[in-house]
Design a protein around this ligand. Structure first.
Ligand code: NAP
Length: 321
């Protein structure tokens, strides 16, 4: 009897077909709408392998329903949507898709940094709404990126790729992690600093850690107060690392100059969210890894991880925290 696989969102045919050759595959056929929780609860019951996205919460009650489950293959590098400890306790392997999205997410992070610094969305709206009637010396002026100091919190794969881009803009790059990355420091001429120093010295603070118990609300009122009044905060990691109430107040009261967010605590964010009323916030809908090429690679890697486990092999991207 073939092993059973459930896929929580419509994927390109070529990837699904590869799985169909070996397993009995069922799939939630919608591209834009996530599988409802009650549907997933039923679908997961008989399956050996689950292919999911970060929109699905894979928690204890769900895993309780999945007596045959051997693998949860997440199509993302972050896996804060999955209770990894609970899965491990049940002998379920959890996998992610590191590496293949690094450069694409770094591109987007840098694009957001540039767009925020130079007020690109606001300037575009200004023109489209017929406000461009003259040219004046300080019209739509932003902050310089070249030569500025960038502080990266979480210098991992993506952080390093952002640092490389920053060096091309002649930026001075500081970073803070729990451990020092000597090789990257040397190769890219980066400086390791304590967290508070990074906040105080940086013109741009870029958050690139995973969302964990330790990093949740890592940037709150106290941290925002330490930043320069001219500083720009960029978060392309996960919502929840930056406290949204504290960020709202800091932006509203001009305690920092601007912020660029790709991620929110609750996604999709409500259009009524008060952060969206602020002119000094640039925001996009969690599109860090959203290039055609990279999303295809992520789906391929997630499928490969799933197939390895179901075929009794070691998955290349097994999470071992
Ligand atoms: P990674 O290689 O694991 O890098 C994460 C870095 O964060 C590590 O170097 C780690 O260094 C550091 N870190 C972890 N906890 C920390 C803490 N408490 N304080 C300071 N530094 C800490 O991961 P990655 O591939 O670069 O991805 C990073 C995150 O980006 C992912 O977890 C994901 O949530 C997010 N992401 C978002 C998008 C998007 O679409 N917006 C796309 C891809 C990824 P130490 O262990 O030395 O502390």
């Amino acid at each position: 009897m073939k092993q059973k696989v459930y896929i929580t969102r419509k994927l390109p045919d070529e990837i699904v077909d590869r799985m169909r050759e070996k397993y009995e595959v069922r799939m939630w056929e919608e591209e834009e709408i996530p599988v409802p929780r009650e549907v997933l609860e039923k679908e997961i019951e008989p399956v050996d392998g689950l292919f999911c996205l970060l929109t699905e919460k894979i928690d204890q009650p769900l895993l309780e329903n999945a007596k045959n489950l051997k693998v949860v293959a997440n199509m993302a590098v972050g896996y804060n949507n999955i209770d990894v400890d609970e899965a491990r306790a049940r002998g379920v392997v959890v996998t992610n898709t590191p590496g293949v999205l690094t450069e694409t997410t770094a591109d987007l992070t840098f694009a957001l940094l540039m767009a925020t610094a130079r007020r690109i969305p606001e300037a575009s709206e200004y023109l489209r709404h017929g406000k461009w009637e003259t040219w004046s010396p300080m019209q739509l002026t932003g902050q310089d990126v070249h030569g500025a100091t960038l502080g990266i919190i979480g210098l991992g794969r993506i952080g390093e790729a952002v640092a490389r881009r920053a060096k091309g803009f002649n930026m001075n790059v500081l970073y803070h992690n729990r451990s020092r990355h000597h090789e990257a420091e040397e190769a890219l001429d980066l400086q390791y600093v304590e967290f508070d120093e990074l906040l105080k010295e940086s013109d741009f603070v870029c958050v690139l850690t995973p969302l964990t118990k330790e990093t949740e609300n890592m940037i709150g009122r106290e941290q925002l107060a330490k930043m320069k009044k001219t500083a720009i905060l960029i978060n392309t990691a996960r919502g929840g690392i930056v406290n949204e109430d504290a960020l709202y107040d800091a932006l509203k009261n001009n305690e920092i100059w601007a912020a660029g967010l790709d991620v929110f605590v609750k996604e999709p964010v409500s259009v009524k969210h008060r952060l969206l009323t602020l002119p000094n916030l640039v925001t996009i809908p969690h599109i860090g890894s959203a290039s055609i090429q990279t999303r295809m690679k992520m789906a391929e890697v997630a499928a490969m991880n799933l197939m390895c486990v179901l075929d009794g092999e070691e998955a290349p991207n097994k999470i071992r925290e």
